[in-house]
Design a protein around this ligand. Structure first.
Ligand code: GTP
Ligand code: MG
Length: 138
């Protein structure tokens, strides 16, 4: 079984949507094997999105991700990385398929409700940034 890293973003926690999103995740056959609510520090957000540091939206992205609590998660399942990307839908909700998290809940390309790792290597890095091994209970 594969693991991926997920964040339920500030626009989702603000609107009390974490349970509704978790229901979609679980219905898709992904198991939530670790989960905690945190308020990301600026440093955590800058490290997490380091790959985007030269993009024009970087400042706005860090501002948004630290604007309210988030829920960080580890999801486990068959092909969890690709499956969760599919369940989230396209980055821009205008392009997201019906039934996906972003189509149902995202407000904009920035405030798009969820993050999911894009590859095995990034999943491992992202999980390690937020969880100790003994916090993940499969
Ligand atoms: P993640 O799962 O969050 O990594 O989304 P993604 O892989 O679908 O998108 P990408 O890695 O390209 O961008 C990371 C995040 O940056 C997105 O989820 C958005 O929250 C944010 N983002 C991307 N493009 C824009 C943009 O044009 N404007 C703003 N404000 N934010 C953006
Ligand atoms: Mg990405």
């Amino acid at each position: 079984l594969e693991r991926t890293f997920s964040i339920l973003k500030p626009d989702a926690t603000r609107r009390n949507l974490t349970g509704a999103i978790n229901a979609i995740i679980e219905k898709a056959g992904l198991r939530i094997v670790a989960q905690k609510r945190i308020h990301m520090t600026r440093g955590q957000a800058e490290t997490f999105y380091g790959v985007h540091k030269d993009r024009p939206f970087f400042g706005e992205l860090v501002e948004f991700m630290t604007s309210a609590p988030v829920v960080v998660q580890v999801l486990e399942g068959e092909n969890a990385i690709a499956k969760y990307r599919e369940v989230m839908g396209a980055t821009n909700p205008a392009n997201a398929a019906p039934g996906t998290i972003r189509k149902e809940f995202a407000l904009s390309v920035g405030e798009n409700s969820a993050h999911g790792s894009d590859a095995a290597e990034t999943a491992a890095q992202e999980i390690a940034q937020f969880f100790a091994g003994n916090e993940i209970v499969g």
